[in-house]
Design a binder for this molecule. Structure first.
Ligand SMILES: [Zn+2]
Ligand SMILES: [Zn+2]
Length: 324
């Protein structure tokens, strides 16, 4: 990425060398995430430039930098959005490294995975179970993790959960939620029958458009669609005490709404980034269920096409770039 609001450029650049505490990783696959679109569109306005985007990386360690202690050449690892934290600020000291003042983000403030090679700090790499050591594992690294973090915010009383925006994150989360006995109500773009039947196939109890009312009041809602209009709608869909979790990093403005739809202890909150604890927990649970990702693969040189497909709602499940 050379500039915001321009297509990515395919370029040959030197293979990076791993600094202290870093590993050089030969990329196997990298997922295409909505956040990549927000970076490209300038909605996330502080990227390193030029930048290699991509933060759902499955790769194999090709070389260790100095002071790397736990990883070895040949290990398959996953690299998520959270690329580095300082370990010293009040958030890091409080178990909230996802809010670190000095964090670096893969594919945004440091180079990411739309490439044949990348480097990553050892402490932010996750070991990957064998069945995910390929393109199918990529969506777990952001769609899966952000879904998991959002899900952990809905509260314990929830049986009826609404998911708004049925893309990469939702298709993973629904498998976890159903495994834990939740009833899922899937909301999609208006008229997106394909996404609705996909949700039903994965076990949703009901599927409809984001502007339809569910057949019963929900206990909580998670919004993955980057559409602020959905927030007041979701507030009207949840019962007393219900939490609305906004799972995206960017959303269009939320329109004003009457206080009475927030009344009775309904809540709206966002989730930001991830902690390594989220990653460790989720990547342990995923193979136990086991979560299966539905992917559509593209070669690296078709990255712009993959992004366009995501933008236009043409991807069911997740788009993934493959390098090997
Ligand atoms: Zn920090
Ligand atoms: Zn992402």
């Amino acid at each position: 990425m050379e500039q915001a609001r321009q297509p990515l450029v395919l370029k040959t650049v030197p293979v990076p060398s791993p600094a202290e505490h870093q590993v050089l990783v030969k990329v196997i696959a990298c997922g295409v995430c909505r956040t990549d679109l927000h970076v490209l569109d300038g909605e996330l306005s502080q990227p390193k430039l030029p930048l290699i985007i991509g933060h759902e990386i499955i790769g194999i360690i090709a070389k260790k930098g100095k002071e790397v202690v736990n990883l070895n050449e040949g290990d398959v690892i996953g690299i998520p959005w959270l690329g580095y934290t300082c370990g010293k600020c009040k958030y890091c000291n409080n178990g909230k490294e996802n809010l670190c003042e000095n964090a670096l983000f893969t594919g945004y403030t440091i180079d990411g995975g739309y490439a044949e090679y990348t480097v990553a700090y050892e402490r932010y790499c996750f070991p990957i179970a064998e069945q995910y050591a390929n393109a199918s594992g990529s969506p777990l690294l952001c769609a899966g993790l952000i879904g998991y973090r959002s899900y952990s915010m809905i509260g314990n009383h929830v049986t009826k959960l609404g998911i708004y925006g049925f893309g990469a994150a939702a298709h993973i989360l629904i498998q976890l939620a159903i495994n834990q006995g939740k009833k899922i109500y899937a909301f999609t773009r208006e008229g997106d029958k394909e996404a609705q039947s996909f949700a039903l196939k994965l076990g949703a109890s009901w599927a409809g458009s984001s502007y339809q009312s569910p057949p019963e009041k929900l206990d909580a809602a998670i919004i993955f669609a980057p559409v602020g209009d959905i927030v007041p709608k979701a507030l009207m869909d949840v019962d007393k005490g219900g939490v609305i979790v906004c799972g995206g990093i960017h959303m269009s403005d939320i329109p004003s709404f009457p206080y009475k739809i927030l009344w009775e202890e309904r809540m709206i909150r966002s989730v930001a980034n991830l902690t390594r604890k989220d990653g460790e927990e989720f990547l342990k649970i995923a193979p136990e269920i086991p979560i299966k990702t539905e992917i559509q693969t593209f070669p690296l040189r078709e990255a712009n096409e993959a992004l366009d497909n995501l933008r236009n709602g043409k991807v069911h499940g997740a788009a993934v770039l493959t390098m090997m």
